[in-house]
Design a protein around this ligand. Sequence first.
Ligand SMILES: [Zn+2]
Length: 238
Amino acid sequence: MESAARELRGVLVQELTQLEKVRTYDELRTQVNDIAVMLAKRMRDAILDDIDFAYRNGYRSAYEEIKGISKAKAPDMMPEDLDVLVLLKNEGALYNAYNQFQSILTDKLNQTIMAGIAEGSSIPTIVQNMRQVGIGETYKLTRIARTEITQIANEGRLRGYQRAEGRMKMQFKYSLSVANDARACDAHKELARRMPSGGMYLGDLIMLQQEIGSKYRMNLRGHSLLHPNQRTSLVRIV
Ligand SMILES: [Zn+2]
């Protein structure tokens, strides 16, 4: 995600350097839509790639962690696991964020131009301000993506463990490692408090986090480990 955002900022700078050659405010305005469409498309592609990678990589790494499992038969995902991946790409906070990105960016770039015209700014000055707006919006989307993608990697891990357990016909114990600091919310504090030191079976752990999630009125998707804006990760204990 970081590299995608970096690349995108490079593209943005390039595009806007082209814009500095524009001679009239009107010409500037006609370019806004194209820039927003292009940036939104690249951002969306980068995010979808990252979701895919995080989920598959989480799945595979969790599966391969289990000792004695046949690595030669590294698993193709089950159809239901692939269904979850499709779902993760098509709903939720990140999906909403990148879908709104184009129109928010268009609005903000247009506002920047209008403000510049009102102040009698030169075209290069307005283009500079547009660059700041573009970079700022890209950062915002990257921040949302980073937390959501951590969550998606956890979801992949959970399913990789489930698959390995099925193959090995045995159950392991797991824990949620919750970043328990001043930023942790009450739900996560309770989750950390109720997590036995010896870990829990996967089914019990899913039930516990869903119980706590509904107590604190969180809308959890799939096997979400509570809301995504916390650094929580799934770990296998024994
Ligand atoms: Zn929390």
